[in-house]
Design a binder for this molecule. Structure first.
Ligand SMILES: Nc1ncnc2c1ncn2[C@@H]1O[C@H](COP(=O)(O)OP(=O)(O)O)[C@@H](O)[C@H]1O
Ligand SMILES: [Mg+2]
Length: 259
C-alpha cells in the first residue's frame, strides 16, 4: 500500500462560499503529515471531509485505496480512520478507563444484544478489550487516573485520553486537530514524545497544529492552506522559508503565535 490516504481534487462549499478549494494530499503509512495555515483557512473542514462529517461537493477521498467519499462518520471510523477534536470531546462523567473502552467498541463486530444478554462472545471480547485499555493507560501514563472522571483531569491529560480512545480502535490513520492547543510547555513536550512513539507503530498520522516548534519537530511533510487553497507543500524546512507562506501569515491577524 503506497498511500493510506489520498485526497484528490477535493472542494467543499458552505452556502456557495468555498471553504476547501481543489486540494490534493497523499499520506503514506508511517508518515506524519502536517496541515498548517491561518485561522479560518479550512483545515478543520478538510478533516471533517475525511472523517465523513461533511461530504465534499467535488473530488474523491480514498482510504487504503477504497473510495470513502461521503460515507458516514461511523463507517469511516470502523474502517480505521480515527480522530481527536480541536475542542476535546469526551464523556466527562465517565472514567478514563471507560472512555478508552468506548474506543475499543468503535471497531467491535458486536451487536447490541450481545451486551444485554452477556453472551460468551460478549465476555470474550470484553476481556480482550480491558487488556487493551490497560495497555493504553500504561502507554499514556494514565493508569493512576483509571477510575477518575475525565472531566476532573487537566487539559493535557484529557488530550491524552482522547488520543488513547482513538488508538483503542486500532486506526491505520490517526487525525489530530490541534493536539497542543491549550497545553502548557511541559504537556506539549510530553505529547510530542507520545506522538513520535505512535508514529513508530507504523500508522499514518495527519495533524493540524499551530505550535510551529511541534510541527517542525514532528512532521515529515506539510501542506499549507489559505482560503481553502494550497499555497505551499514540502518538507518542513522548505515550507518554513517559503515566501508564500510567510506572506500568508503576515496577511492574517494571527502571525504572532503562529510562525
Ligand atoms: N458548518 C459550517 N457552516 C458554514 N461555514 C463553515 C462551517 N464550518 C466551517 N465553515 C467556514 O469554513 C471556513 C474554514 O473554517 P475551518 O475549517 O474551521 O478553518 P480552520 O480550521 O483552518 O481554522 C471558515 O470560513 C468557516 O467559517
Ligand atoms: Mg480548525
Amino acid at each position: 500500500m503506497k498511500y493510506v490516504l489520498e485526497i484528490e481534487n477535493v472542494s467543499k462549499f458552505f452556502y456557495g462560499l468555498v471553504a476547501i478549494d481543489d486540494l490534493t494530499i497523499k499520506v503514506k503509512p508511517g508518515q506524519i503529515y502536517g496541515i498548517i495555515g491561518p485561522n479560518g483557512a479550512g483545515k478543520t473542514t478538510l478533516f471533517n471531509c475525511v472523517t465523513g462529517i461533511y461530504r465534499p461537493e467535488k473530488g474523491t477521498i480514498k482510504y487504503k485505496g477504497e473510495d470513502i467519499t461521503g460515507m458516514s462518520p461511523h463507517k469511516i471510523a470502523q474502517k480505521g480512520v480515527l480522530r481527536t477534536f480541536q475542542n476535546i470531546r469526551l464523556f466527562k462523567e465517565m472514567s478514563v478507563a471507560e472512555n478508552i473502552m468506548a474506543g475499543c467498541h468503535t471497531k467491535s463486530q458486536q451487536k447490541w444484544y450481545h451486551s444485554i444478554l452477556h453472551t460468551p462472545f460478549y465476555k470474550k471480547d470484553e476481556n480482550k478489550y480491558w487488556k487493551r485499555v490497560e495497555e493504553l493507560m500504561e502507554f499514556f501514563n494514565l493508569t493512576k487516573f483509571a477510575m477518575t472522571p475525565t472531566g476532573d483531569l487537566s487539559y493535557g491529560n484529557q488530550r491524552k485520553v482522547e488520543m488513547a480512545r482513538a488508538l483503542a480502535a486500532d486506526p491505520e490513520l490517526l487525525i489530530l486537530d490541534e493536539p497542543a492547543a491549550g497545553l502548557n510547555e511541559n504537556e506539549t513536550i510530553e505529547l510530542t514524545n507520545i506522538i513520535l512513539k505512535i508514529k513508530e507503530m507504523g500508522l499514518g498520522i495527519m495533524m493540524i497544529e499551530h505550535d510551529m516548534d511541534m510541527v517542525m519537530k514532528l512532521t515529515d511533510y506539510i501542506t499549507v492552506i489559505n482560503f481553502g487553497k494550497e499555497i505551499s507543500q514540502g518538507v518542513p524546512s522548505f515550507v518554513q522559508d517559503d515566501p508564500r507562506v510567510v506572506e500568508a501569515y503576515i496577511g492574517s491577524d494571527d502571525e504572532e503565535d503562529e510562525v
